[in-house]
Design a protein around this ligand. Sequence first.
Ligand SMILES: Cc1ncc(COP(=O)(O)O)c(C=O)c1O
Length: 476
Amino acid sequence: MKITDKIKSLFRPVTASDNPYITPVYGGRWDTQPIEKDRIPEDSLLPAVAYRIVADEMNLEGNPALNMATFVTTWMEPEADDLIRLGAAKNLVDEDEYPQLKVIEDRIIRMEANLFNVPSDCEAMGVTTIGSSEAIMLGLLGHKWTWRKKRQAAGLDSSQPNIIFGADVHTCWEKFARYFDVEMRVIPLQTDKYTINSKDILPLLDENTIAVGVVVGTTFTGQVDDIQAINDVLITHKAKTGINIPIHVDAASGGFILPFFKPDFIWDFRLEQVRSINVSNHKYGLVYAGMGSVIFKDKSDLPPELPFEINYLGGSMFNYSLNFSKGSSNLLAQYYMFLRMGQSGYRKIIGSVMSNAQYLEQKLSASGFFEILTDSNFLPVVVVRLIDDSSLTAYHISDELKKSGWIVPAYSLPPDAEHIVVLRMVVKENFSRDLADKLLADTLSAIQHLQKNPPCTKTVDSCSADKSMTKPHGTC
Ligand SMILES: Cc1ncc(COP(=O)(O)O)c(C=O)c1O
């Protein structure tokens, strides 16, 4: 072969017949053969092929940018993406190998403690967690141990701990009570009252109450429990009985909103009885799913027996967590965001998010179809119920909106307000005013469409004649 032909052959396009393993994914054999679904396949794949198969399956999912259901961050800057990749290879628990991660974690906890106005005479401490559920469990476990130690030291029975909270809490509170054997004293909601106040808790307090749970931005309506009055009642109770009952604040959603949007609203460590706070960094801390924090007002609020001392990763280290190993991606991403945004950046972003939520709330109210249940003065979440649900329900609107790509959940409120069915729209950083207008327009056309094509609104029970029509959400 002439040398020029040899060079040409080196540069000719690769075809399927050359080598099946370097065939492009589409048009190659992976495009026409099923992949293994029940067992790990025997053969290897090229990275590009495996990547495409996995990435293409993700096309079947909803679009995170249109996911109004979740409080969790759905967009970050590309620089954060790079740090996320960098942190994925480092196990956060391995402090001896990666000591700087621990330094960063402690900085984050101190920044959050300051944001939550920890008094200067307290030594706050805390840990980052996988989310608010773990943070809440660790916080409440601390209070259970403190209560038990006090009871045991006084020679009193410590077998009947209880905890007080409203039915407006997230299910993780119930999980704590069940998993850690604590009696739940749950204050039911009522029609037109979706939060708890001091009058609700007073009759439930006793010497076995380990803590009162208060929510700053409830999952269901985004409202705030009457925390200041609850704090006052517990101070009076302490003065009368000598029993010191701590408050744990669930600031999963509100913890990064109120300090920037309503700094004068007092809900945090400025209140005497507030001894621990959890926050979801993956909500308005503006990092992706997988990070929360729990902060104790003072190191005396976390019994020293709870953090475990371990030495098998080299060196001696303390660990207070439910899970052990985890990546460092979110920790680095959160540190990046604190440095990158600063308080002024958070103030601007949270200000825009609140403004868009208020806009959406006003427009939905003005449409005449909805009653607003939320107060978007506190959280950027809009929860509405249909004023007239005789011919269509919130479930139907939710289903109809899916056709335009929106994920807007419909659900019933907790007991005793379960007869109220609502739609929830959580406004996040990447939901612009234009998207708000689009969502409004799509909601109104969904209603028009449903009015022209009335859906069946019989309840499941009354629709036994045709089971095939039954939908899982309770209407058929
Ligand atoms: C008020 C509140 N607390 C706790 C949680 C649980 O948080 P996570 O999903 O981070 O475990 C949520 C979740 O949405 C919430 O809204």
